[in-house]
Design a protein around this ligand. Structure first.
Ligand SMILES: NC(=O)N[C@@H](CC(=O)O)C(=O)O
Ligand SMILES: [Zn+2]
Ligand SMILES: [Zn+2]
Length: 432
């Protein structure tokens, strides 16, 4: 099978070159500038995709997705979650273990891998639990899960409260070379908080989750990781002080990395004023100062990468009283257009940094392949027309869940086609 992408603006080390990409089986075999070689390349090609001047980027890599499979497949499953990924330009996602049952054993790891291999539209890397059932009481079977191919451990959705247990978990994980991904939340400080403790929570009379709930765990876990010799990755960082803690750790040369979500980069606590439950997530949307600190830290590289924290929840769960609705929003399909519009078009982040934060940066953190468009590399790529718009309507969203604050809004940047392992995983109706 040979596929040719023609009339493309190919992203190459921060620059665009006009040209063509020839894919044979799983690999990119030729990238050529201009159209002079067109006749040579079109020779015996099975499929031609006319990019019509759209950009070709390396496939995006998400370190943080909740695919809900097994156990909560009314929200999402591996088939729909990876379709949503492909629609968002992603060719690889890491599956968080807070499924039912929790991914804390080798059989659960293999289930996800096999389903994804047979029915997925993106590569799925499995993250195993830190503790059994993510209950924060006993260390999970990391050794067997590592042998089965997990790429990291995390109790995301929950946070190991006991420092002594966390230290043991980190020592254990580091023995197997497994990075530890934390969801930093001190329960005693977070309490029953609904949104960020700040002026909006006061105004609305909702209980707050202070930034401190995140910051004390980040401070603790940086110290524990240093002592255990573990590689620490901080999920969904959201406050200026958290960023300062990470900066200090990095300055000391510690192997500490962190990610930020698109929503923490473009929204602040004011979004909660609408009482829209699709503005409710963990960590909560923070103050404008915190949001700005996140943007600046991303541009400077203190924040390493962007991760979606794709957290699908069904309509019947979200369409209820604010305090009873679950935390979380979908993110795979909205990530690129939302970031492109709010950060790149406004000049807050440059396109190169955005692409890096969605490709090479996440790949580096968990040592995953991909992130680069080059001859001889696996053909994982996405074709995005920056001149075209996309509408996040319930109809267009391929995720089973539609819980996004950007529902029914138009954004610039339309994914025309995504290719994973040389196979088309998403094709816009215009290109069919
Ligand atoms: N982010 C969220 O608000 N929710 C996530 C859990 C998590 O990422 O902590 C979920 O699984 O729904
Ligand atoms: Zn989390
Ligand atoms: Zn999460």
């Amino acid at each position: 099978m040979k596929t040719l992408i023609k009339n493309a603006n190919i992203y190459q080390k921060g620059n665009f070159i006009k040209g063509e990409i020839l894919i044979e089986r799983k690999k990119i075999v030729k990238i050529s500038g201009g159209t002079a070689s067109s006749s040579y390349l079109t020779d015996k090609v099975d499929k031609i995709i006319d990019a019509k001047g759209a950009c070709v980027f390396p496939g995006f890599i998400d370190l943080h997705s909740h695919l809900r499979d097994p156990g909560q497949t009314y929200k999402e499953d591996i088939v729909t979650g990876t379709k949503a990924a492909a629609h968002g330009g992603f060719t690889a996602v890491c599956a968080m273990p807070n499924t039912e049952p929790v991914t804390d054993n080798i059989a659960s790891v293999e289930y996800i891998q096999l389903r994804a291999k047979d029915y997925g539209s993106a590569k799925v890397y499995v993250i195993g639990a830190i503790t059994k059932q993510s209950a924060g009481e006993e260390i999970a079977e990391m050794a067997t899960m590592k042998a089965g191919g997990i790429v990291a451990v995390s109790d995301d959705g929950k946070c190991v409260q006991n420092a002594r247990l966390m230290l043991s978990c980190m020592k254990y994980a580091s023995n197997f070379g497994l990075p530890v991904i934390i969801h930093p939340e001190d329960y005693s400080l977070a309490g029953k908080g609904q949104i960020h403790s700040g002026k909006v929570a006061t105004k609305l009379g909702l209980s707050g989750i202070p930034g401190l709930a995140e910051e004390v765990i980040i401070a603790r876990d940086i110290m524990l990781a240093e002592s255990a010799g573990a590689k620490l990755h901080i999920a969904h960082i959201s406050t200026a002080r958290s960023i300062e803690l990470v900066k200090n750790a990095k300055d000391k040369g510690l192997p500490v990395t962190c990610e930020v979500t698109p929503h923490h980069l473009v929204l602040n606590e004011e979004a909660n004023l609408t009482f829209n439950t699709n503005t409710k997530m963990k960590p909560p949307l923070r103050s404008e100062e915190d949001r700005r600190a996140c943007v600046q830290a991303l541009q400077e590289g203190i924040i390493d990468c962007i991760a979606t924290d794709h957290s699908p929840h069904a309509d019947f769960e979200k369409e209820r009283e604010f305090d009873l609705a679950p935390f979380g929003i979908i993110g795979l399909e909205t990530a690129f257009p939302v970031l492109y519009k709010n950060l790149v078009q406004t000049g807050q982040i440059d396109l190169n940094r955005l692409i890096e934060a969605l490709t090479t940066a996440p790949a580096k953190i968990l040592n995953l392949p991909g992130g680069i468009l080059a001859e001889g590399k696996t053909a994982d790529l996405t074709v995005i027309d920056l001149e075209k718009e996309t509408l996040f309507s319930a109809e267009n969203i391929l995720s089973k869940s539609k819980n996004t604050p950007w529902l029914n809004q138009w954004f610039p940047g339309r994914v025309m086609c995504t290719i994973c392992d040389g196979k088309i995983t998403y094709l816009d109706s215009e290109n069919e």
